[in-house]
Design a binder for this molecule. Structure first.
Ligand code: PLI
Length: 494
């Protein structure tokens, strides 16, 4: 006799909730291990207190980045076996080209080995020395390639983006007044192009609204300026539009991505993020003349225009990854997992960037360590403390990442001093998130004892990748050999 009081799959309703789960199950696993405390102390010391210099074998849960760390699906691994490794005209290129044209809507496609390969090409072709490149907050590699091409980046993101406590739903939006003011000051012919990123990595994975993309596009058209999109996390961006922007509820992320991309004259993507692959990138434009230039330049720096530094199998896996990334159930679980971690930390009173973004939870190192000046690298310190506590690897997104002004040599001093817990796609479980949250809480509880770091080795470009640090002794003051306003940092520290 069936027991009709037992209702499978709706148990949660008894407690007033319904859980969601990932739309996939695990077929293959990769063992990980946790070093003991003495091992972690040795490893982080040998790494110069820079989590980029740790060996991954010494890491327990790896939240360094969501770049290239994706777990591919069985369909993608099957696609790997369909690699056509012809030097020229690989069929995998045509599959990839078709997927990009269909899903993002651009006419001409250039494959690149990863995002910065595309940034290099677009910067060299579209920037004349002395021109300006407005964007919605800097990104490290994007700005460097703009500078190497002779351009100057100008931040025109809304002020709310620099405030980790602001609950603005689209903190990635551009401030149209700031953009207009720049155009009026330097003249539209001196603007190389407008560079719009969705989502905004350095602001905490914050989205750009469709209304803002449309308005920026209209403004650019009025002035005859091109608009290019960094589409690295455009699927995560579309999820937030569906969730938050009036008129988009119930729309598929695929249709939102397509509409969003239609506002730009072209786009590039580090496919190592939303593309769900381990390597790859692309650049796509509508202008035939610009395409001719890019197609010529790609053979100089990346490889032939039908592989751009990628193996045929990589392009095939990406063509499949693009389709999978646009599935609504996938993206809901993806952002849902990041939010789960963020909500745990919020409930426990830990200072994080709000609202929680698409690819990572960002810890607010200023509020962890109000006693540390920015010259003592609070966010770098926090990443090292977290590793010491549990072997969880995070990364710095503060003064070390910001680098130096190439003209003055001074540190850039970002208002945001953050440590990023970046969640790889389809890799970790909810239990891993619990372990991470518990470790962050332990570091939060011990926050008063942190003493900070000093930089003892600084490479010229993208210093955060390879810089080395030493712990400051308790009471020792951090000194900066460069100028810049430490006072401004102190006065805005919460
Ligand atoms: O790492 P690449 O060269 O494939 O892509 C560079 C790049 C471009 N744009 C944006 C928004 C990125 O986030 C980005 C790379 N991000 C990395 C590596 C990260 O850890 O966030």
């Amino acid at each position: 006799m069936p027991d009709d009081t037992f209702v499978p799959h709706t148990m949660g309703q008894q407690f007033g909730r319904r859980s969601w789960a990932e739309p996939w199950k695990i077929k293959m696993v990769e063992p990980i291990r946790q070093l003991d405390r003495a091992g972690r102390e040795r490893a982080i010391r040998e790494a110069g207190y820079n989590t980029f210099l740790l060996r991954s074998d010494d890491v327990y849960i790896d939240l360094l980045t969501d770049s290239g760390t994706n777990a591919m699906s069985d369909r993608q691994w099957a696609a790997i076996m369909l690699g056509d490794e012809a030097y020229a005209g690989s069929r995998n290129f045509y599959h990839l080209e078709g997927a990009i044209q269909r899903r993002f809507g651009y006419r001409y496609v250039v494959p690149t080995h990863q995002g910065r390969g595309a940034e290099h090409l677009i910067s060299r072709t579209a920037i004349k020395p002395g021109q300006w490149v407005p964007g919605n907050m800097y990104f490290t590699t994007t700005r460097l390639h703009q500078e190497l091409a002779g351009g100057t980046f100008v931040d025109v993101i809304i002020d709310e983006a620099h405030d980790p406590t602001s609950l603005h739903p689209f903190k990635g939006d551009m401030d149209l007044a700031k953009l207009e003011a720049l155009i009026a000051r330097v003249g539209p012919e001196q603007i190389a192009y407008v560079s719009l990123a969705a989502t905004v990595n350095m602001a905490g994975g914050q989205p750009v609204s469709m209304a803002n993309a449309r308005a920026v596009s209209e403004l650019c058209q009025r002035h005859g300026i091109r608009l290019f999109l960094d589409a690295t996390r455009v699927v995560e961006n579309a999820f937030f539009i569906e969730e938050r922007e009036p008129g988009f509820a119930g729309r598929s992320v695929a249709s939102i991505v397509h509409e969003f991309c239609s506002h730009a004259d072209g786009a590039w993507m580090s496919a190592k993020k939303d593309g769900l692959v381990n390597i790859g990138g692309w650049l796509a434009v509508n202008d035939e003349e610009l395409f001719e230039e890019l197609r010529n330049l790609v053979v100089v720096f990346e490889g032939l225009h039908t592989y751009g530094g990628l193996a045929g199998r990589d392009m095939e896996a990406l063509a499949v990854g693009i389709e999978e990334s646009l599935e609504d159930a996938y993206i809901r679980a993806r952002v849902g997992q990041v939010r789960y971690l963020g909500e745990l930390l919020t409930d426990w009173g830990v200072a994080i960037v709000q609202p929680v973004g698409g690819h990572a939870v960002f810890l607010d190192a200023r509020r962890f360590y109000p006693h540390l000046p920015q010259d003592a690298f609070p966010a770098q310190t926090l990443a090292a403390e977290l590793y010491l506590d549990s072997g969880v690897r995070a990364m710095e997104r503060g003064i070390a990442s910001a680098g130096r002004d190439p003209k003055t040599g001074d540190h850039h001093r970002p208002k945001l001093e953050l440590t990023r817990l970046t969640i790889p796609r389809r890799v970790y479980t909810q239990a891993h998130m619990d372990v991470v949250a518990e470790s962050v809480k332990a570091v939060w509880d011990a926050r008063e004892s942190a003493t900070g770091l000093r930089m003892v080795y600084e490479p010229k470009y993208l210093r955060f990748f390879q810089a080395k640090f030493e712990p400051l002794a308790a009471g020792e003051t951090a000194t900066s050999e460069a100028g810049g306003s430490e006072a401004a940092y102190s006065s805005s520290r919460g």
